[in-house]
Ligand binder design. Structure first.
Ligand code: TYD
Ligand code: MG
Length: 459
């Protein structure tokens, strides 16, 4: 009879402890430990030699100079945005975790990869949906149906056996939370199960050099054993995010052993799958017939990808004693700071004004380089003077009302000029030697008071 044993696992970092503790000793998070049954008579594959494993390499230490570069050969997934986020394609033998909230489009994206990758045999394993449901989705997306095989399976040992038999070029598993292994006797989706299943898949991917995508859910409050603990195991962590009320989605790399983590991919969710958005500025700028007050275009940057985005503000008189502050896509605390600067430096009584701020497309922007555009949009609305459509802004605002250079100003200027903007307003302190080669007029300012001059000049 197998001995029953329980242990406590941290849902944040996966640390195991024999007793319940209020604070995880490994990661320092509070109240994250959950109890799970762990051991049966069988030994864990990760700690035993119950199965004889092939060594990852030849088993002999090699000088780094003699290691061939072919291990980093990348497979083209025929999806520019995904390739870009992966750092130029999928590395063979890599384990990629695709995380995101339910309903954001993880299954759609991975099925799309499976159907669109050319000359690539893919195995799509689902523990969540039936083959018919997946077929219905595939009909919407369209693509190459011959090379995509479907399998409904949730036992990791069976999955590995099937991969062995089928020998696909790419494996997709939807989702890690539905997998289980006989080795660990705890509930499916529990920390111990997830960790063990992922380690087995990792070992298999490395031994057989087959790339595996695993999908993982995260909840809004991050309560269940989510992909957090997986992040340490896998090679690449991609996060799919967006507002489910909006059609735009961002694929972000959080961890990448084979590339930069500052890349993002942008998609639009349509009726027939996800469209790659090569030029995000196109969808984030509205083309009005006439300029409207309260709108300013900011040259922002996410990771290393520059794009131009519309910020829209409404500043109106407060009807009740309590002024309202409402933002979408921008940090409310940062807005309050900007309002305090306006009050102090420009002398508008913000206590008597309601302020509403909106960033286009449901995008969330945390780049402080957008401050200048946000401030300009608010002042434009307060004075009811429109900003010319051909003008854009990039700069950070300090507490004393000084305009600081935005990070990577040159890339922002280059993107603005590429998109045909005529003028960009930036900080006087941005290094300017190389900026003159772009076909765009540069206005340098050093204080917020100068924004008012720029706006009033247009009146
Ligand atoms: P799904 O991939 O099932 O999300 P996840 O796997 O992350 O839970 O997709 C969820 C949403 O996407 C669903 O509400 C329907 C929508 N959708 C489209 O808008 N267009 C499409 O072509 C497809 C396949 C789905
Ligand atoms: Mg899904």
């Amino acid at each position: 009879m197998a001995k029953e044993k329980t242990a406590f696992f941290c849902t944040n970092c996966g640390n195991e402890s024999a007793k319940w503790l209020g604070k995880c000793p490994a990661c320092g998070e509070w109240n994250t430990l959950v109890e799970e049954r762990v051991a049966t008579g069988k030994k864990s594959a990760s700690s035993s030699s119950s199965r004889k494993h092939k060594a990852l390499g030849s088993g002999v230490a090699t000088p780094i100079s003699e290691v061939g570069a072919d291990t980093t050969q990348r497979r083209d997934l025929c999806n520019e945005e995904v390739n870009r986020v992966l750092g130029g394609g999928l590395v063979k033998g890599s384990l990629v975790l695709l995380g995101g909230e339910p309903g954001i489009g993880k299954s759609t994206l991975s099925l799309q990869i499976a159907l669109h990758a050319k000359d690539t045999k893919t195995l799509y394993i689902s523990g969540e949906e039936s083959n018919q449901q997946i077929k219905m989705r595939a009909d919407r997306i369209g693509g190459n149906f011959e090379n995509c095989l479907l399998l409904s399976e949730t036992c990791v040992e069976n999955i590995i056996e099937s991969i062995d038999k089928i020998k696909p070029d790419i494996v997709i598993i939807d989702s890690i939370q539905t997998l289980y292994t006989d080795i660990v006797d705890s509930t499916t989706g529990g920390v111990a199960q997830i960790r063990e299943c992922a380690s087995q898949l990792m070992r298999y991917a490395k031994e057989q050099e087959v790339p595996i995508f695993i999908i993982g859910h995260i909840t809004k409050d991050g309560n269940i054993a989510g992909p957090k603990i997986l992040e340490h195991i896998v090679d690449v962590v991609l996060q799919f995010e967006g507002d489910s009320n909006n059609v735009y989605r961002i694929l972000r790399s959080i961890k990448n052993r084979f590339g930069a983590t500052s890349e993002i991919g942008v998609f639009e969710m349509l009726g027939n799958g996800l469209r790659e958005v090569a030029n995000p500025s196109d969808i984030l700028l509205t083309h009005y017939d006439e300029p409207l007050s309260g709108i300013a275009v900011g040259a922002t940057i996410d990771g290393i990808r520059p794009y131009l985005i519309e910020t829209q503000a409404l500043v109106s008189n407060t009807a009740f004693g309590m002024p309202q502050r409402s933002t979408t896509g921008f940090d409310t605390k940062r807005l309050n700071m900007l309002l305090a600067v306006v009050e102090k430096r420009i002398g508008i009584k913000m206590i008597a004004k309601d302020v509403f701020l909106n960033i286009a497309g449901g995008f969330k922007v945390s780049d402080p380089g957008l401050d200048l555009a946000v401030m300009t949009a608010m002042l434009s609305s307060a004075f009811d003077i429109e900003i010319p459509k051909s003008m854009t802004f990039a700069g950070e605002i300090g507490l004393s009302g000084e305009i600081r250079p935005a990070s990577r100003t040159e890339q922002r200027v280059s993107e603005a000029s590429r998109l045909g903007f005529k003028t960009i307003v930036i900080s006087k302190y941005a290094s300017s030697s190389t900026l003159t080669r772009y076909n765009i007029k540069i206005i340098n300012i050093s204080k917020v008071e100068e924004i008012v001059k720029i706006i009033k000049n247009n009146a």
